[in-house]
Write a protein of this length. Structure first.
Length: 150
């Protein structure tokens, strides 16, 4: 199912606060296949990040919304999400910007200095630890889910 991850740039993350209020947000992501981790960055004051600060459990979907029903496939992931530690931040940023913007000119336009993701800055990188991963399958035109390993 790595092809689903590699073919797409955006995931949808569902979060909830301590009271059970839910939120869903689309986010650009990258995947580190060596560590089986996803990464994204976002404003720490956004609703989904405020939720994650009090409840790190999230549900994630990755799918191609343009695929026809006959070939549509996607992943549903139960995950734990946490901030990227400062000691890992430079490596995560390199991975993120190189995967997201393979063209040097595009990357230079979007890359940010590390300080933008630390201290008083509002942007933060997050890492997603998949706990359970499901892929949709079809049998007799019925949509089913199958648990898989990444």
């Amino acid at each position: 199912m790595h092809s689903i991850i590699e073919r797409n740039r955006y995931l949808t993350i569902a979060t909830s606060d301590k009271r059970g209020n839910v939120w869903i947000a689309p986010l650009a992501y990258v995947f580190d296949g060596n560590k089986n981790l996803f990464y994204f960055y976002s404003d720490k004051n956004s609703k989904h990040c405020r939720h994650l600060a009090v409840n790190p459990n999230a549900a994630i979907a990755i799918f191609d919304s343009q695929a026809s029903s006959e070939v549509a496939s996607g992943l549903q992931i139960n995950a734990i999400v946490e901030l990227v530690d400062d000691d890992c931040l430079a490596n995560v940023m390199t991975l993120y910007f190189e995967q997201s913007f393979p063209d040097d000119q595009d990357r230079q336009k979007w890359e940010r200095p590390i300080a933008v993701f630390q201290g008083d800055s509002v942007q933060r990188f997050y890492q997603v630890h998949p706990v359970e991963v499901f892929v949709n399958t079809q049998k007799d035109m019925i949509d089913c889910r199958k648990i898989i390993n990444l």
